[in-house]
Design a protein around this ligand. Structure first.
Ligand code: B3K
Ligand code: ZN
Length: 847
């Protein structure tokens, strides 16, 4: 059945459900095409409720029978749900429905993945399982009976009883339906246990398919580390007797925090040195932590409605970033997060899809699991912590957990906790939640009679949802350096609240060099003609030192693109020196070569009034790396050798930092030796990090064919590794070849387009290849549009998400704009286009 006509839902229209749900009993009789779900739910009308309609959501479910207090009733059924006359006193609702998991390719609700039953209910998937008030503010305890195939049968909470082909679970913690989960299939458990600070012994299990047993140990350790960290840092202990994680091959996103039963995309949990890169290990550790942390921030305290999504997601991203910083390196994590923010959130905030961290309307909530809600949502909390200080932040969080445990909350509740705990008025700060757009902050300096003055001007460009942005509270961390490089004034936080504001620093003997926005203290674009070469050499703030390198590189690239100028010698010399500075963490050094993204450069060119030319950007970036390679030619072999790990492989920060630097150096070295070292590394690699970086360099050097064939033969049976094989070929293709490469790969026997990981590995890599996607002949646009049109009826969620590749279209020249516009029209004109994709294309086109 196709989606009903799109309807816009507004935050201002929120009305509570008119009934309490006292408890829920579900029985599943599993069968691939005809699963029967029997529900027994006790409802109680809420006295004085404004809306007394008894409406239960239900989509793609066939009602077999319905009873109220044992009497058969005939509800009025529509494609969205049912309404029924009910008594004005507590009653028991019983229903039986039939659903078809085997036909569920959208991967929302109950579906089959390689013979295994599994569920995904957030945001609104539970209504595809049975009739229910499927809204996050309706919380209840659940008891679940599964009658199914032999094998593993799992649901939320604690196990009650089980036998051959059946199992019963009870979750004592009231929860919204979006946290419901069920898994059934032939699975193998990797077990461990954890004793909480409250003395509860928790049985832990990671369930995987046969063959994946060897990829569980790292995820399990990450889980135990997360459990301990949440106790130590937030005072939050786990609250059930079991914690289960299941790995699934077909999944629309990374993972899902269902109470006591987290379900993971296999790519976000399975790891081994041979098959996973260091980056995979770090991502897995972070996602396991993220989902685990949701147990308190999301599950025990949930969202009143989906407009409040950032309440759980922003906070949980912030918590997982703190965890990663603690487990690994704080500056490296901060820099990586900012790279990610600029790469994914800034384009969203500065384009047609811009929306506030708390949106005020939507058509399809799945389209709002965005970088703005997650990553900018986390930045907002980070700013809050900076403004109130660490101790007050802890106090506020304690109050949040005390006051709101077991509730479905709003951003108002969240901010009230900070106001009450600190006495601070957050009225203006709240604009971070209601205004879209990235603020721009311009800085100017003056020095007179020993007094130094910094003047700031903030300005947020209007966007689709915020016509007239008002000044926001922007914490700007500033330090002053003396001309000899010593620190004249350690970091302090300046609070910008006005459109224009100045701060003075008296008693200085000479004009200092300012280091502004240390640690990237606010998610803004800073316009400041700073002495970046000086800061690159002397800044004591590791983030700003990196930022100085990044800004120098950016200026150099923009000079090349717009004026044809040669690479900046200051950047070349500064980086050459830093890369060889053994006193610095190798991971940090390797980030110095993380140049501004090509799409980001296009955005900057557009802001500066130029029309970005993707080929020119590509050439400039490659020219700059080549120039650095030439500058450093003599030192590269020794630097490469110094960053080879001789110990047994471990995915820890120290070793992965060395491998990251080693691979950065290999990239430079390949430009000197034509790939000889890469060939040697490919031949001797005993882990995926080294194998993959060698392969990438061989391809770039034009001698990758044999290694690609070898790689395919070696890994053809490992889906996750083959995703890398697909993605790498597109990602490393020359701009003019990228679309052809992707197209050829879609014809490969292993291109299973219904698997979201494989689809994203191939077409997502094309969308992420700036010059390739924007190739002059439009082939990138056409190929992506063809595949989105094909995927939409099968999997609207993944299709809609990938439409965002087109969100920056207005930046480019008239010819490219008209080619993209045609593709957008073609997608929009597709008969029966899903609500998800319709909303995305409409928003992108209306820019
Ligand atoms: N809460 C889930 C995301 C659900 C996405 C639904 N389209 C994973 C997470 O953020 O932890
Ligand atoms: Zn989350």
């Amino acid at each position: 059945m196709r989606d009903a006509a799109p309807q816009t839902i507004f935050l201002k229209d929120y009305t509570p459900f008119g009934f309490h749900v006292q408890d829920v009993h579900l029985t599943f009789d599993l069968a691939p095409n005809a699963t029967h779900v029997t529900a027994r739910i006790r409802f109680a009308p809420i006295k004085g409720a404004t809306d007394k309609t008894f409406f239960l959501h239900g989509e793609n479910v066939t009602l077999i029978s319905a009873k109220i207090d044992g009497e058969v009733v005939t509800p009025k059924v529509t494609p969205e749900g049912l309404t029924c006359d009910v008594p004005d006193m507590p009653f028991t609702w019983e229903s039986e429905v039939r659903i078809d998991p085997a036909a569920n390719t959208a991967l929302e609700g109950l579906y089959l993945s390689n013979g295994m039953y599994c569920t995904q209910c957030e945001a609104e998937g539970f209504r595809k399982i049975t009739y229910y008030p499927d809204r996050p503010d309706v919380m209840s305890t659940f008891t679940v009976r599964i009658n199914g195939p032999h094998g593993t049968l799992l649901s939320n909470g604690n196990p009650v009883a089980s036998g051959d082909g059946w199992a019963e679970w009870h979750d004592p913690w009231p929860k919204p339906a979006y946290l419901f989960a069920l898994v059934a299939g032939e699975l193998i458990a990797h077990r461990d246990s954890f004793t909480t600070s409250e003395g509860r012994k928790v049985d832990l299990a990671l369930y995987v398919r046969a063959g994946d047993e060897g990829k569980c140990a790292f995820g399990m350790q990450a889980l135990k580390d997360s459990m301990k960290w949440d106790e130590d840092v937030y005072g939050r202990a786990y609250d059930l007797d079991v914690f289960n994680i299941v790995a699934v091959d077909d999944f629309n996103m990374g993972a899902m925090e269902n109470k006591g039963l987290n379900i993971f995309n296999a790519s976000a949990v399975l790891a081994s040195p041979e098959t996973s890169t260091d980056m995979n290990f770090e991502r897995i550790e972070a996602i396991i932590a993220h989902e685990y942390f949701h147990n308190w921030t999301g599950n025990r305290i949930t969202c009143r409605d989906w407009f409040q999504l950032c309440l759980k997601e922003g906070l949980t991203v912030f918590r997982d970033s703190q965890f990663t910083a603690d487990m690994r390196s704080e500056p490296v994590k901060r820099i990586s997060d900012v790279i990610d923010l600029r790469g994914r959130q800034f384009p969203e905030d500065q384009g047609p899809l811009a929306h506030p961290v708390r949106p005020e309307s939507f058509q399809e909530i799945n389209n709002f699991y965005t970088a703005t809600i997650y990553e900018k949502g986390a930045e907002v909390i980070r700013m809050l912590k900076t403004l109130v200080g660490d101790a007050a932040y802890s106090k506020a969080l304690d109050l949040y957990f005390d006051r709101h445990d077991g509730q479905a909350c709003t951003i108002e509740d969240w901010l009230a906790v900070f106001q009450d705990a600190t006495g601070r008025d957050l009225t203006q700060f709240k604009r971070w939640y209601s205004q879209a757009g990235t603020p721009r902050v311009a800085v100017s300096e003056a020095f007179e009679n020993g007094t130094y003055t910094l003047s700031f001007e903030q300005n947020t460009p209007p966007s689709a949802t915020t016509a007239d942005p008002q000044p926001q509270v922007i914490p700007v961390a500033v330090g002053l350096l003396a001309v000899d490089g010593s620190e004249a004034l350690p970091t302090q936080i300046l609070e910008l609240t006005e459109a224009r504001q100045s701060f003075t620093f008296p008693g200085l003997t000479a004009k200092p060099v300012p280091s502004i926005l240390r640690g990237f203290s606010a998610p803004v674009v800073l316009d400041h003609a700073a002495d970046h070469a000086f800061l690159l050499a002397h800044d004591t703030d590791p983030f700003n030192r990196w930022e100085a390198a990044n800004k120098l590189a950016r200026a150099s690239l923009l000079g090349t693109i717009t004026k044809g100028s040669a690479p900046d010698p200051a950047w070349l010399a500064g980086i050459a020196q830093l890369l060889n500075d053994d006193a610095l963490d190798p991971a940090y050094r390797s980030l110095m070569l993380d140049l501004p993204g090509q799409s980001e450069l296009a955005a900057q060119l557009h802001r500066d009034g130029h029309t970005p030319d993707p080929d020119a950007i590509w050439n400039a970036v490659h020219g700059l790396i080549q120039a650095l390679s030439d500058t450093m030619a003599d030192t590269l072999p020794a630097l490469y050798a110094a960053n080879q790990v001789s110990d047994a492989y471990a995915p820890d920060a120290a070793q992965s930092g060395m491998r990251a630097l080693g691979s950065t150096v290999l990239n430079l070295l390949t430009r000197q030796d034509g790939g000889d070292q890469a060939q040697a590394q490919y031949g001797s690699a005993d882990n995926m990090t080294l194998q993959l970086s060698a392969l990438a360099n061989l391809i770039r050097a034009g001698r990758g064919d044999a290694a690609l064939a070898q790689f395919e033969a070696q890994w053809k049976d490992d889906r996750l590794v083959m995703d890398k094989w697909f993605g790498l070929q597109v990602g490393t293709a020359k701009p003019d070849d990228a679309a052809d490469t992707a197209k050829a790969l879609t014809g490969h026997a292993a291109f299973n387009w219904k698997n979201p990981n494989r689809f994203r590995a191939t077409l997502g890599a094309l969308a992420g290849h700036h010059a390739g996607f924007h190739a002059k002949d439009g082939s990138g646009y056409t190929l992506l549009a063809d595949w989105l049109i094909k995927l939409d009826p099968i999997n609207p969620q993944t299709t809609a998400r990938m439409c965002s590749a087109f969100q920056t279209w207005r930046r480019y020249d008239a010819i490219r704009q008209s080619m993209i516009s045609k593709e957008l029209d073609r997608i929009a004109a597709t008969p029966d286009l899903s609500r998800d994709t319709t909303e995305m294309i409409t928003r992108i086109r209306e820019a």
